[in-house]
Design a protein around this ligand. Structure first.
Ligand SMILES: NC(=O)c1ccc[n+]([C@@H]2O[C@H](COP(=O)([O-])OP(=O)(O)OC[C@H]3O[C@@H](n4cnc5c(N)ncnc54)[C@H](O)[C@@H]3O)[C@@H](O)[C@H]2O)c1
Length: 385
């Protein structure tokens, strides 16, 4: 079996999340061989800042690098499809950021290509790799919660709260026709489907845009950046949703409701889920990732802390630090990538907990059903592969 350090990895995209990938990959122990930005200048800047050996001048150079066996795609959504397709065709393993692509025509093609290839393909739904989420999945599979009655939750942020907050995600041509739902809602839906082991089959959605018109700062703006000095703005009409409420039906009969918002003041990056079973309930929130709460009708409610016996032994391989030493957002990337590279080392064998191209396709299919439902003001079925 290949050693981790013998696997060469290249990263495409050098904005907010590209460097998060680089850091996590270093912790996994693979060898980073280079980075590609939007142009040569960005590649050079990023390689120097991150201490990477190569700054690729263009995509061709990255895909022809024999040292790069795997490619991480961390560009805006618009480029995911073409980059994934080219990387697969070049014989690379692919780890693509979410959402997998702009529509199901693109995602279905990637599913076909990934299945036909010998390479590993993963979509970076990292929330799956919080130990609490993995623990909930085990508990749901074992029947500890009983039959799942309903699931409720939200994913709230405030970084697009002001009409002057700007990012490429606001533009349908860059991020897709859905914004809050596709950007953060798909994390919530993927996580809940992963825990329940059941796909979303039907949706009823209400999408809303608080800022009908926003002001675009003239010049480039980085994700999560805040304007620090006087800037000039150009107004533009917003065509994607700031927040949404969606009713869901799952393949196992469970019902659900999800709220998403990017204009929820004070909520920085909060994913919250509550699962109500016929035996007990379970609650979790990413802003307090170490703790699982369980609700009982009779007897006291319970609190379980990561790293203690209250978390089962099955999640032990996904903890690197003892209880009280908080593992959070960056650790989920490390655990996901470690799982991907262990699968690569095992020649594709073994259980795959990370999201596949088919899982990535499913989330985009749910997004399309959500948009149809909102427009028709009716329940819509999710088109399954
Ligand atoms: N899993 C997560 O938790 C998570 C978090 C944030 C972002 N993301 C996803 O990561 C992706 C990037 O988001 P971001 O917030 O880092 O955006 P960003 O705008 O901060 O960074 C994007 C980077 O890609 C570069 N780029 C653009 N086009 C390129 C091209 N054709 N070739 C090479 N580089 C190119 C940009 O110059 C920039 O460096 C999105 O798909 C987003 O949904 C995932």
């Amino acid at each position: 079996m290949q050693n981790m350090k013998d696997i060469g990895v290249a990263v495409i995209g050098a904005g907010f999340i590209g460097p998060v990938h680089v850091e996590a990959l270093r912790r996994v122990g693979v060898t980073l061989v280079g980075i590609l930005g939007v142009d040569e200048a960005e590649s050079t800047r990023a390689a120097a800042a991150l201490g990477l050996p190569r700054a690729y001048r263009n995509l061709d150079e990255a895909l022809r690098d024999p040292q790069a066996q795997a490619i991480h795609i961390t560009t805006p959504n618009r480029f995911h499809f073409a980059l994934s397709r080219q990387a697969l065709r070049a014989g690379k393993h692919v780890i693509c950021e979410k959402p997998l692509a702009m529509n199901t025509r693109e995602t279905a093609e990637l599913v076909k290509l990934a299945r036909a290839s010998r390479q590993v393909f993963a979509v970076n739904y990292n929330v799956r790799f919080y130990p609490a989420v993995l623990q909930l999945r085990r508990m749901a599979a074992r029947g500890d919660l009983g039959e799942i009655i309903h699931v409720n939750g939200s994913y709230f942020q405030d970084w697009l709260f002001k009409d002057t907050d700007y990012n490429w995600r606001l533009l349908p041509g860059e991020g897709g026709r859905l914004r809050a739902v596709a950007d953060i809602g798909t994390h919530w839906m993927d996580t809940v489907s992963f825990i329940l082991g059941a796909r979303i089959t039907d949706v009823f959605a209400d999408l809303a845009t608080w800022h009908q018109t926003r002001k675009r700062p003239l010049g480039e703006v980085k994700t999560f950046a805040r304007a620090s000095r006087a800037v000039r703005y150009a107004p533009y009409r917003v065509r994607t949703e700031d927040f949404a409420h969606v009713l869901l039906r799952f393949g196992n009969g469970a019902r659900g409701s999800m709220a998403v918002s990017q204009v929820a003041a004070g909520r920085k990056n909060c994913i919250r889920l509550e699962i109500y079973g016929s035996k007990k309930s379970a609650w979790w929130r990413s802003e307090e990732p170490e703790t699982l709460w369980f609700g009982n009708r009779d007897g006291a409610n319970e609190v379980a802390v990561r790293g203690t016996p209250a978390f089962g032994p099955e999640v032990a391989p996904f903890l690197d630090y003892p209880a009280g030493h908080v593992e959070g957002f960056p650790d989920t990337f490390k655990m996901l990538f470690r799982a991907v590279y262990q699968t690569i080392r095992a020649g594709g064998k073994g259980e795959r907990l990370f999201a596949s191209a088919a899982d990535g396709h499913q989330e985009v299919a749910v997004c399309e059903a959500i948009l149809k439902s909102h427009r028709a003001r009716a329940w819509k079925k999710v088109a399954l592969l």
